[in-house]
Structure formats: C-alpha cells, structure tokens
Design a protein around this ligand. Structure first.
Ligand code: SAM
Ligand code: SF4
Length: 334
C-alpha cells in the first residue's frame, strides 16, 4: 500500500527527479587514477557512514513520498560493504520501487553475484576499461583484470535483467582498448558504454585534453567496424547514445562534450549521508546528524526538497572559472 500522495522532487527549472544514486561506501579495493588518490585517502570514519537502516529510511521516503522510481547502489566499491545483499533485500521490499541496480568494478562479483540476484537486484553495470593486465595496473594501481572478467561472466550467468559494461574514455589509454572491448562485449551479447572522463579525479589531473571524446570514439569505431548508425533514444534522461555496429550495439556517454543536464533526473546520497543535487554541485545537504538527532520524516523531506530546488542548470565544465567539486568521484558515488 502506498502511503500519502507523492509530491515529485522538482528543481527550479522544473526537472523532475525519479532516480537515486545511493553510495554505500567510499572505500574501494582498487585505486583508479581517474577517481581516487593512490595513497593517504581521507576515508570517512565508519561511524559517519549511514547504517543500512538509515539508508533504507531515506530510500523509503524518496520512493514513497517523492516519486523516486529507481535506485542504483554505488560507491566507492559497493561490494566491499559487508552484507550488501542484506541491504539489497531491504531496498527490494520497498513498495513502489520499480528498478534496483548496482555499479561495481566486478572484482568481488564471482562470490557475490548470485546472492545479490537472489536478494532482488535487477540490473548490474560493471566497469571494464581494459582487458590487458598491464593497462589495468596502470589505471587501477592494483591487479585484477582476470577477476573482473570472471565477475562479468558470473553476473551474466546469474540472469540479471541486464548486465552492462562501462569503459572510461581517456586519451592515451582508451584508443588501444576500444576495439577489443567492443568485441568482448559483442561476444557476450552485453552492452558496452564508453563514458567521457570527467573532472572528478581526486588528483585533479583532469584536463580537457585528457578526454577521448565521443566523436573520436565514433571515428575509431567507424575505422574498424565500418558503417555506424545512431539508434533512437527511447528515454531522453538516459545519458547513453546508442549506435548500431556490425554484430550489435555500443553506447557513448558524452558527459563532457554533450552534457545531458537539461534532462537530468538524478539525485545522489553519499555514503556519509549528504544529499547532492548534481555530481558537480559545490554544496550539499547533510542529513546524517539530523536523522541521528531524531528528525521527523517531514523535516528530512523539507531538507531534501530544498536541496533539489537549488540544483544548477548545468555542470558548466566548459565555462570559464569552472571549479571541480571538493569531493572526488569515490566520495560522491558515480
Ligand atoms: N567502484 C564502482 C565502479 O568502479 O564501477 C562504482 C563506483 S564508480 C565511482 C562508478 C563509475 O564512475 C564507474 O563506472 C567509473 O568508471 C566512473 N568514474 C569514476 N571516475 C570517473 C571520472 N573521473 N569521470 C567519469 N567517470 C568516472
Ligand atoms: Fe574504485 Fe570505482 Fe573509483 Fe575505481 S572508479 S577507484 S573501482 S570507486
């Protein structure tokens, strides 16, 4: 039974938010250079990380009072959070939730894919930037491409509603990976999406030149696969453009060169309990201490709605004077 009529989460431009990125940890078992620092990482102390019960409370409010329809669990690396399948099953049981998905680096999936599926996880996205162990180490400063690939195959074997692969598009690295990654995905009949590298790296080394752009990716794909046709985009809030190539489809997310901010329907909750209205927001609304000091549901909802009202029209990466957010990707939740 759905309690109370819902009031959608709207911002000052009329964008309606129906999708939550829920980070469950800022910790990770690898150290991708485009996300985390290599050493001295200022992880949030454990007591500042939301408990499963706190996450469930926020998710329930967002779904049942604000019209949120889908939740994506992310991190850090969500699979390093102990008993994640327990959280999945708690979220799965919330009336009104239509889609429950997760983004992972795949390294721990061999052990967890089946339990997550059984707990009610519907869809899974796995990050895979390369199939080559040397390049994997260069990117992640750790070992693990074989385990990632085994994790992908384990997820496929579990029968999720969808398994997708995400590859970051980085100049100087991805050019050599494109064709092999696409072939790998086509062999397994899963969708691969390239994502333009965004200025969310903790090392602040991003520069415009380090993005391998969607246009350049299309050039590489055309050279190898011949004709490419743009597929129709059924849902404008979905950031991936899809292209038909021989043997299947490939996706490109041009988050830098063709931002989709005007159709953005996302809200984010960080692992330490702050609401963010944008990946690139310079401000956020902390909820953890409010919750822990006895705030009512209505008080929390007011904070969440006010946070969304102040969402900027666009990320502005291209604007003069753009300043990246204080938090890097691992501490926000991508
Ligand atoms: N650890 C999990 C993983 O890597 O899939 C989930 C969290 S990770 C922050 C979520 C996604 O963000 C991954 O697909 C990752 O490639 C992407 N990502 C990380 N840093 C990024 C950046 N600077 N620009 C664009 N995407 C980034
Ligand atoms: Fe970890 Fe994911 Fe960040 Fe890589 S992108 S360091 S796997 S959180």
């Amino acid at each position: 039974m759905m309690p109370n009529p819902q009031t959608p989460l709207v911002d000052s431009l009329g964008r309606i938010h129906t999708s939550v990125r829920l980070s469950v940890t800022d910790r990770c078992n690898i150290r991708c250079f485009y996300c985390m620092p290599e050493t001295d990482i200022p992880f949030a102390p454990r007591e500042r990380i939301l408990t499963f019960e706190e996450i469930h409370r926020l998710a329930r409010l967002l779904i049942q009072q604000c019209g949120i329809r889908d939740l994506r669990i992310t991190g850090g690396e969500p699979l390093v959070r102990r008993q994640l399948n327990r959280l999945v099953s708690m979220l799965h049981e919330i009336d009104g939730l239509e889609d429950l998905s997760l983004t992972t680096n795949g390294i721990l999936l061999v052990d967890q894919a089946r339990d997550l599926r059984q707990a009610g996880l519907k869809r899974i996205n796995i990050s895979l930037d390369t199939l080559d162990e040397t390049v994997f180490r260069q990117i992640t400063r750790r070992e693990g491409v074989e385990r990632t690939i085994a994790g992908i195959d384990a997820a496929i074997a579990c029968g999720f509603d969808s398994v997708k692969l995400n590859a970051l598009a980085i100049r100087g690295i991805t050019e050599n990976e494109v064709v092999r990654l696409v072939a790998f995905a086509l062999e397994r009949s899963v969708m691969l999406r390239f994502i333009e590298f965004m200025p969310l790296d903790a090392d602040r080394a991003w520069e415009k030149q380090s993005v391998l752009t969607g246009d350049e990716l299309l050039g590489i794909l055309r050279n190898h696969f011949g004709k490419i046709e743009a597929a129709t985009r059924p849902d404008p809030s979905q950031p991936a453009e899809e292209f038909l190539i021989e043997g299947g489809k490939v996706g490109i997310i041009r988050s830098v060169t063709q931002p989709f901010c005007s159709a953005c329907n996302r809200i984010r909750i960080t692992a330490d309990g702050a609401v963010r209205n944008c990946l690139f927001a310079r401000g956020e609304t902390p909820l953890r201490e409010l919750m822990r000091s006895g705030a009512t549901d209505d008080e929390l909802l007011l904070e969440i709605r006010n946070c969304m009202l102040s969402k900027a029209p666009a990320h502005g990466i291209d604007r003069e004077g753009f300043v990246a957010p204080e938090r890097a990707m691992y501490a926000i939740g991508g």
